[in-house]
Ligand binder design. Sequence first.
Ligand code: HEC
Ligand code: HEC
Length: 233
Amino acid sequence: MKKTVVMTVTSLLLLSGCGDHTKKPTYEGAALAEQKCSHCHNLEMPPKTSPDEKAPPMMAVVFHVRDFMKVENPSEKRQKFIDFVTDYVINPSASKSFCDKKSLQEYGVMPSQKGKVTPEELEAIAGYMYDHFDPGVYLKIMERKARMEALPAYKRVLVQKNCLGCHGVEQDKIAPSFHKIAQKYHKVGKKTMAQSIRNGSRGKWRGFKVPMPPFRDLSDEEMNAVTDWILRQ
Ligand code: HEC
Ligand code: HEC
């Protein structure tokens, strides 16, 4: 049993890495899912859940349909999944749903989307769903997230926002070095520096033509940590 699982994941990874011809339909599928399904199903991975959601998150839908669907040969799974989804979206019913009884009662059976999505569009959406909501990919995302969360806050900001893509620590790049910035802000103060980072900055440093974009979504803790770190350089 374990062997089959490993083999399935490996073959999925091979499939998902197989080049350009898979890219276009995947992209179309993603855009179409956004248009046609996202007002009920949350499409993020990991998903955002809310108490008043209209439908289970798409990741949950795909994972459990994948789990419950029986196929003799793992290579048939993708096509069988696509067949199930293209049928279900047009002809949904409680008896076909893999949703457990309690959830089905809470959400109600999905209203048929007949007339709102064409069979070709559905095929692209279903293919995208199968490829994108892949347990192996999910695992990697969660591992990366855990690694990020384990970093000290200043480092997390530097990595996630790619501060060091523009700034060197000692050397100027397309932005002034953090060493120079530290020298200036030792006098000016950390608060003003934090405002610049939050709102972006342009024209304050001679010889640097690109503006710095705003970073409004940093938490107070992250801002504090990164400005302290800059002042130590
Ligand atoms: C109006 C809200 C709504 C829209 C729009 C919607 N869904 Fe659903 N969907 C639901 C609800 C509610 C359920 C859970 C109950 C059920 O299984 O029928 C569900 C369930 C499903 C299931 C079955 C899950 C299972 O466990 O068997 C699939 C597959 C699915 N949706 C795919 C889609 C796709 C693809 C789209 C976009 C083309 C879409 N849905 C658009 C509300 C919606
Ligand atoms: C796209 C390139 C880019 C990125 C990414 C970037 N910066 Fe900058 N940064 C600049 C440039 C260019 C300047 C100089 C702007 C100017 O002349 O006002 C600057 C200036 C600054 C200043 C001084 C601002 C001032 O008003 O004096 C600070 C502090 C700073 N950056 C911190 C950061 C931090 C922290 C990050 C990551 C969260 C970051 N930067 C990411 C390009 C970048």
